[in-house]
Design a protein around this ligand. Structure first.
Ligand SMILES: Nc1ncnc2c1ncn2[C@@H]1O[C@H](COP(=O)(O)OP(=O)(O)OP(=O)(O)O)[C@@H](O)[C@H]1O
Ligand SMILES: O=c1ccn([C@@H]2O[C@H](COP(=O)(O)O)[C@@H](O)[C@H]2O)c(=O)[nH]1
Length: 238
């Protein structure tokens, strides 16, 4: 059997990618394809914790939140990630994968709260843990939540599965001349203001010496290639 390059990873799934070709929300075929990708790597024996974004539903800084109190808008964004987490766990259940959703915001009738030792126990039991509601604090993002939870659970790497296939010299969706890095240091990414992740997430991972791999969740087989340590996406390192 092919051997994974990591024992435990924190996978950050793009909320925005969940829309597929729709304008908003969760596209059924897209979530099923994401779950199929996750199922394939779970079979390899790697312990998986997941943070999912909320950009397909609400972001505190989106035009739809203009004029709103920023903290209130951010709490709405965090609730959006709870919805995505529940949808993801349910889609996993439908294909026989056991997942546990843990929320950073207390919402106990819906999901259990985040308790670190419990999360570690689930991972050791080979359950997939989905961390919902980001960090639980406004003014942050789910990328920072991925860096934070990844550090807390002792993940070997944060895998940012997004709509682009790596870190570019500029946003490739805006600048067609942008070129992709195969690897880049945290300091370079921060100094060059590369916006594929926020600077807080980069800085936390740098300080914790937790590498990040940025790759496409849309490209078939990319997640498995990353897990097997093959050349895919961009590695951000110390
Ligand atoms: N230098 C860059 N290299 C690559 N992508 C970049 C860069 N600068 C900006 N981007 C943009 O960053 C986006 C990915 O980050 P973003 O946080 O917006 O999305 P996500 O994490 O996929 O979604 P969500 O926040 O909903 O989970 C890409 O789709 C790309 O358009
Ligand atoms: O720790 C966090 C995480 C998220 N938010 C808010 O949620 C939305 C959605 O998250 P994305 O990372 O953009 O997908 C985000 O825009 C924030 O408004 C938060 O406040 N704190």
């Amino acid at each position: 059997m092919t051997k994974p390059a990591y024992k435990r990873v924190l996978l950050k799934l793009s909320g925005e990618a969940l829309m597929g070709d729709d304008a908003y929300g969760i596209n059924r075929a897209t979530i099923e394809r994401m779950v199929a990708d996750v199922a394939e790597v779970a079979k390899l024996g790697v312990e998986l914790a997941i943070v999912i974004g909320g950009g397909n539903i609400f972001r505190g800084v989106a035009p739809g939140a203009q004029g709103m109190d920023r903290a209130t808008a951010d709490y709405m964004g965090m609730l959006a990630t709870v919805m995505n987490s529940l949808a993801l766990a349910d889609a996993m259940r439908q294909v026989g994968i056991t997942a546990r959703v843990m929320s950073a915001i207390s919402i106990e009738q819906v999901v259990e709260p985040y308790v670190r030792p419990k999360a570690l126990q689930y991972l050791e039991e080979d359950k997939i843990v989905i961390f919902a509601a980001g960090t639980g604090n406004p003014f942050f993002t789910t990328d920072t939540a991925a860096a934070l939870r990844g550090s807390e659970i002792g993940a070997e790497i944060v895998l940012k599965a997004t709509k682009v296939d790596g870190v570019y010299s500029a946003d490739p969706n805006k600048d067609p001349t942008a070129t992709r890095y195969s690897h880049i240091t945290f300091d370079e990414a921060i100094t060059k203001h590369l916006q594929v992740m926020d600077a807080t997430a980069f800085a936390l991972c740098r300080d914790q010496k937790l590498p990040i791999k940025v790759f496409s969740i849309i490209k078939p087989g990319a997640l498995k290639r990353v897990i097997l340590g093959e050349d895919e996406g961009t590695l951000v390192h110390v």
